[in-house]
Design a protein around this ligand. Structure first.
Ligand code: SAM
Length: 277
């Protein structure tokens, strides 16, 4: 019997029922079963024929289907083995363009998943590990072409925040030192099955050229941990363990300012001064 083509596959809800699959909270499972939504995410990701895409957590494969429809090759890593038979049907319909990997994305090497070449990353991330995954990718050796990632809205806002915003903190400084970052889509909780407690949003991050120096990024993490760990204090006090007022002066930053008012370039200057200290 020949396999159905992508266009002939049954609706996702039907496929889930046929395989008797229910969402598991411990895996952060909230599914997108509306292909209009997953196709919109694939468009926002700007991927197409000839591209390689890494997807973390394909689950029932709604986003995977939309990515495959663009003509891209997809490498999908899923921790919950229950989904592999259903995803196997999608692979059969995809003419060899879908590679399935059973594993934990927190431990996986993205360069290996990408097959040694360039790749985009597009995912509806499990919320319980989404922030940790992003930090791993921002600080790790693999530089994707772009990342189009669904998070809880509060996390997406923290990634793209500007100085002075309530959401501005360590994640904004790290994300925007390594990438350009913006929120490109908001989604209400009811768009997911089962609905999570909070709204979601897609952040799009594109690595900046040239790549920031690794040592500067490590120093930046030390500076922002100290500065935002005590965000209501003046920098001369919150940064005391790593140089306080003298570090601020070396970086040309007002030591009486608070972390939330310092733009990203200010933190980069502090990190550079810390490396020279
Ligand atoms: N992409 C699907 C969608 O949009 O309907 C599912 C998204 S659901 C929010 C997150 C998915 O990530 C689930 O399929 C879950 O099993 C998987 N997952 C959770 N933790 C993971 C991990 N550490 N590594 C890989 N996949 C993981």
């Amino acid at each position: 019997m020949t396999s159905p083509s992508l266009a002939e596959l049954p609706p996702l809800r039907e496929a889930l029922e046929r395989h008797g699959l229910l969402a598991r909270k411990s895996f952060g499972q909230h599914f997108l079963l509306d292909l209009n939504i997953t196709r919109k995410i694939a468009r926002l990701a700007e991927v197409g024929e000839g591209d390689t895409v890494i997807e973390v957590g394909p689950g029932p494969g709604g986003l995977t289907r939309a990515l495959l429809e663009t003509g891209a090759k997809v490498v999908a890593i899923e921790k919950d083995s229950r989904f592999l038979p259903l995803l196997g049907e999608l692979a059969d319909a995809a003419d060899g363009r879908l590679t399935l990997v059973e594993g934990d994305a927190l431990r996986a090497d993205m360069a290996t998943l990408a097959g040694g070449g360039p790749a985009h990353m597009v995912s509806n991330l499990p919320y319980n590990v989404g922030t940790q995954l992003l930090i791993n990718w921002l600080t790790g050796p693999f530089r994707p072409l772009s990342m189009t990632l669904m998070f809880q809205k509060e996390v997406a806002d923290r990634i793209a925040a500007q100085d002075g915003d309530d959401a501005y903190g360590r994640l904004a400084v790290l994300s925007q030192t390594v990438c350009s970052a913006r929120v490109v889509m908001d989604l209400p909780a009811r768009a997911f099955t089962p609905p999570p407690k909070v709204a979601s949003a897609v952040a799009r991050l594109v690595p900046l050229e040239p790549a920031p120096d690794k040592a500067m990024v490590s120093a930046l993490e030390r500076v922002t941990a100290a500065a935002f760990g005590q965000r209501r204090k003046m920098l001369r006090s919150s940064l005391k363990p790593i140089g306080g007022g003298a570090l601020c002066e070396a970086a040309g930053i007002d030591p009486d300012a608070r972390a939330e008012t310092i733009p990203i370039e200010g933190f980069q200057a502090l990190a550079t001064a810390l490396l020279k200290a």
